[in-house]
Every structure is written in C-alpha cells, then in structure tokens.
Design a protein around this ligand. Structure first.
Ligand SMILES: C[S@@+](CC[C@H](N)C(=O)[O-])C[C@H]1O[C@@H](n2cnc3c(N)ncnc32)[C@H](O)[C@@H]1O
Length: 400
C-alpha cells in the first residue's frame, strides 16, 4: 500500500464515511443504468454483478442492494472500520446479495472479479483522494464488462470554491502539520467564530464532524473542471456516455436568448464548460463506458410494441385529488424527478400517468398502448405519449 493510501485509510478508519443509514443514490438501479447503452448484456448472462469501488460504510451500496435482491453487489474499501460497519448493517437487514472486501484500488489485489467483468461499477467520491485518479479509473475499466457502465462521482473545482475558502482559512490558523484529529477542535471553533462573516463559514459550522473532516480537513484530494474531467476519462481509456443528471446539464435551463442559443450551438466540452460556469455544481456525476459503447438508439415505431419499459426509479408521482359531492376528482398529476425537475402530466400524458403511477415492474409497449387506448386516447396520441415520456425520462428501457 502506498503512503498516500495508508494515510487516507487511517483518516477513514478514524472518521468512517459517510454518516447516516442506507440511501438510494444516483444510478442505484442497475437495470435502468445498463438499459441506457447500445451494447446490451449477452442474453445468456445470469446475475447482474455490481461493484462499489470505495464503498465506505456502504450507505449507497446497501441502499441499492436492499431494493434489488436479484443483483449481486460487492463493496470494497481500505477502511476496515467502514467495512465492518457495512457488514454489520447488511447483516442486520438480512441482506444476502452483498459482500464486503478489503481491497486497495491502487492494485485491485484480492478483488473477486466475476467471469466477464462487472456489469456496473459505482465509484462515488473516491478516486479524487488517490494520487493518480486516472490510473485508478483505468484499473476499474479493466474489470468492467464490455457492455458495462461506470457511475463516477468526482469533485467539481468551481462548485467547491466555498469549501476551499473555508479550508484556506483553517490552514492559515490551525497548523497543517498536526494530525487531523488534533486540528478538528480548533478548526471547528474557528469556523463557528466566523459563521456570521460569510455563508461558507455558517455552512461549515453546521456540518457534522465526519462531513467536516471529509470536506475541510482532508489530507489528499483534487478537483476537476469540465475539461479536466473529460481528460481524466480519456486518460483512463474510457468515454463519457452522458451526465447522470441530464436535466442539470440541459441548455434549456440557462436563460433563453443569446446564452441558450450560444450553448446549443457549441461543441459539447464548450457547452458543458459554459453550463458549469453558470450553475457551478459541487460534484460531477457521469456514466462512463468502454470505447465502442454508445447511447442506445431511439426506438423505431414498429419496435416499440415489443420493447420493454419501466417507470423511472429516480422520481415519484404526485397525485392531487379533491373530494366533491359524489366523487373524488383528480386535480393534478405530476412526476417529480430526483433532479428536482417536475413534469406536469396533462391530456394524454395525464391518462398515461394515471395508468403508470401504480405500475410495478417492466411493461411492454403493447401493454402501454392497450392501457391508454382503453382510457379513450387515439393510437396516435398513445404513440406520442410513449415517445414523450421516454424523452422526459419518466419511463426508461431497462436492461434484462
Ligand atoms: C468520501 S468516502 C466515499 C464513500 C462512499 N463511496 C460514499 O459515497 O459514501 C471515500 C472512500 O474511499 C476509500 N478509499 C480511498 N482510497 C482508497 C483506495 N486506494 N482503495 C480503496 N478505497 C479507498 C476511503 O477509505 C473512503 O471510505
């Protein structure tokens, strides 16, 4: 183990990350993410295999495993304290589809790689704590199946400026040479004292201890801008499939007129750099693939009937009803995406939403047509609804 990894391990054994219990995170739904690509799993494949590289206490891993019992999950980390914590939580929940292993991502020694590679690899907030993030990402690409997807989260430099500002203040006052556990008390006292001065200090003062250490006192981290992110991915021999949260990177959210038109006409890296400058996200979350794999092409009209769809697991329906004499009237129906975008479902989309809101599991295009036709829509309207719901991301085409 190199000296950086040893120091990072010691930090995360003293301050296991993150705080809190299992949660459903970006890209947790394996079938949904794998359904995004043109290259699909071979039809003979059995269980889907998912790796969480640098799983920490397993908050995202256990959240994903607990709602996908048919998928096999492996979490690896160097922090033995975090791993023990994750194992205990998984055991308490009775999960049988998740394993934890102590593996250093700078070597991958001891990683149990399934035949053909992992279908999906998550790595959230990990490689920017390593000396050579591109080499780490390249190694992960080496254990990814040809059709596989990596869900990567790394720090975004511009959006983290407020955090960097707090760190600079702490470094100016609390000796950088001291161990983190000795810096913590004086650093917290400092930001509490400065909280009234600037919202960045107020935010730091209100942060939990573990988060505070991770954010402001880390011993090894780097951050990227959009162009550096694209370079990182290329240096690792991988390609960006798309942003996880396409809504946040859509030109439609920037002010109409000159800027939006400029963004639409720009090359992808220029457009994304412009959006980064305007919106300043704190992290970048991207889906990565191996060379040759691309986004799944749109469905042709004929193929839609036999195709399988599912309601996106990254959002919720919100139905508002009103009791009036003799009936309960539907006032409005919306789909609220995890990205924050709200889709108002009216007309034929409203009819489709009413049919889909209690849908459990995948359905075929044919079943969709039958259900909405039965509500009085025309075949043309149903075709429009299917295409529109796919475009808006309310329904997806999951992988088998
Ligand atoms: C900020 S935490 C993120 C934990 C988890 N991915 C999450 O999002 O909740 C970073 C994790 O990466 C792990 N890590 C850092 N360097 C590593 C390495 N070389 N090999 C394996 N894990 C590593 C740390 O131990 C820590 O648990």
């Amino acid at each position: 183990m190199d000296s950086t990894t040893a120091a990072v391990r010691a930090l995360y054994e003293r301050f296991p990350y993150p705080h809190g219990g299992p949660e459903l995170r970006v890209g947790f739904d394996a079938a949904m993410v794998l359904g995004l690509t043109a290259l699909q799993r071979p039809p003979s494949s059995s269980t889907m295999n998912v790796l969480d590289a640098g799983c920490g206490r397993g908050v995202g891993l256990i959240g994903a495993a607990s709602v996908q019992p048919e998928v096999a999950f492996v979490g690896v980390d160097v922090s033995r304290v975090s791993l023990a914590d994750g194992r205990a939580t998984a055991a308490a929940l009775g999960l049988e589809n998740v394993e934890f292993h102590e593996v250093d991502l700078t070597t991958l020694d001891g990683l149990p790689v399934p035949a053909g590679g992992f279908d999906l690899i998550h790595s959230s907030g990990v490689i920017h704590h390593m000396e050579d993030p591109a080499a780490a990402l390249r190694r992960l690409g080496g254990v990814l199946a040809p059709h596989g997807v990596i869900v990567l989260m790394v720090y975004a430099k511009l959006g983290r400026e407020p955090y960097a500002r707090v760190t600079r203040a702490i470094d100016a006052v609390v000796s950088v040479g001291l161990p983190v556990s000795e810096r913590l008390g004086p650093a917290r006292a400092l930001v509490t004292g400065l909280a009234a001065l600037n919202p960045a200090f107020a935010e730091a003062a209100a942060t939990s201890e573990v988060e505070f250490v991770d954010r402001y006192l880390h011993i090894q981290e780097c951050a990227f801008d959009v162009r550096q992110l694209y370079k990182l991915v290329a240096d690792a021999g991988l390609e960006v499939l798309r942003w996880c949260n396409t809504d946040a990177w859509s030109v439609d959210q920037v002010p109409a007129g000159l800027i939006r038109e400029q963004a639409r006409a720009a090359a992808p890296a220029d457009r994304d750099t412009l959006i980064e400058a305007l919106t300043g996200p704190r992290v970048f979350e991207v889906y990565l693939v191996k060379s040759g794999n691309v986004l799944r092409p749109p469905l042709s009209g004929d193929a839609a009937a036999a195709a399988r769809f599912a309601v996106s697991s990254e959002g919720n329906f919100e139905l508002t009803t009103r009791s009036v004499p003799g009936q309960v009237r539907h006032e409005s129906l919306r789909f609220r995406k995890a990205s924050g975008v709200v889709i108002e479902l009216q007309g034929v989309l409203g009819l489709a939403g009413l049919c889909l809101q209690n849908q459990v599991g995948p359905f075929t295009g044919h079943e969709f047509y039958q259900a909405i036709l039965a509500q009085g829509a025309s075949a043309r309207e149903v075709g429009f609804a299917l295409a529109e719901l796919l475009r808006l991301g309310l329904i997806v085409r999951p992988s088998q």
